[in-house]
Design a binder for this molecule. Structure first.
Ligand code: HEM
Length: 208
């Protein structure tokens, strides 16, 4: 089971990370491996920061969620945690920047605009609360806030499924598309709350 968690998390982020890599190749003057987007060609700093931050956040984050690795490598956990918090703030901050200061993605509406502001701000808040809890050695709160922050970040992966299924069931209208994206974040948050509340086995085998 513990091996399935990192594999699942990498699989979940694989599609947005691949799309991000192709976009970076394109912005660097490489071949158009995905449709060009003029909104980003002039000043793509926010998008580049977003994609690079997301890659670090998604991939470094995976090992933080493997209990056995975490217990055996506490120094790694602490160092990687600092990198992860910085990368997470970069993802959420650049997401807010993209939402507020770049023209909206064609076919998306005001609902998604508001959801992105709420999710981006919530992710910043969860990361700040998670780091503060770690500093004050409140490990239960630290775990809960970092799981929530990671779940919000990985909404981009779940949206691949919710947009696909939502498009097939409800069509590709603006509201349906916005709600399908919101469903990705909602599902991840629901799973996060379940993981946070679920009884866990301590190394001694005792339920906590
Ligand atoms: C680790 C998690 C994330 C990954 C892997 C990721 C990936 C991406 C990628 C690849 C793009 C570029 C799309 C393109 O080139 O057309 C993008 C754009 C964007 N992302 Fe994320 N993202 C993540 C988290 C988030 C979060 C949490 C938010 C919202 C709070 C967000 C909001 C945005 C926005 C607003 C854009 C610009 C969309 C547009 O106008 O085309 N992302 N993301």
């Amino acid at each position: 089971m513990s091996r399935l968690v990192p594999v699942g998390l990498v699989a979940l982020s694989a599609v947005p990370l691949t799309a991000g890599t192709l976009r970076l190749v394109q912005l660097a003057g490489g071949p158009d491996l995905m449709p060009a987007d003029d909104r980003f060609s002039g000043f793509p700093v926010a998008l580049v920061a977003h994609i690079v931050g997301a890659a670090v956040y998604a991939l470094v984050g995976v090992l933080q969620f493997v209990p056995r690795f975490r217990r055996r490598h506490m120094t790694w956990h602490r160092r990687a945690g600092r990198v992860l918090a910085a990368a997470g703030l970069l993802v959420a901050g650049s997401a807010l920047w993209l939402t507020l200061f770049y023209p909206p993605q064609p076919g998306t509406g005001n609902l998604l605009f508001v959801f992105r502001l709420v999710v981006g701000t919530s992710m910043v808040a969860a990361l700040v609360l998670g780091v503060r809890a770690a500093r004050s050695r409140d490990i239960t709160s630290h775990r809960a806030w970092m799981i929530r922050a990671y779940a919000l970040g990985l909404g981009a992966g779940t949206q691949v499924f919710t947009e696909g299924l939502g498009g097939a069931a409800f069509g590709t209208g603006e509201v349906a598309g916005d709600l399908a994206k919101a469903a990705g974040w909602a599902i991840n948050l629901a799973v996060a709350e379940w993981v946070i509340r679920r009884p866990t086995l301590r190394p001694s085998g005792v339920l906590a």
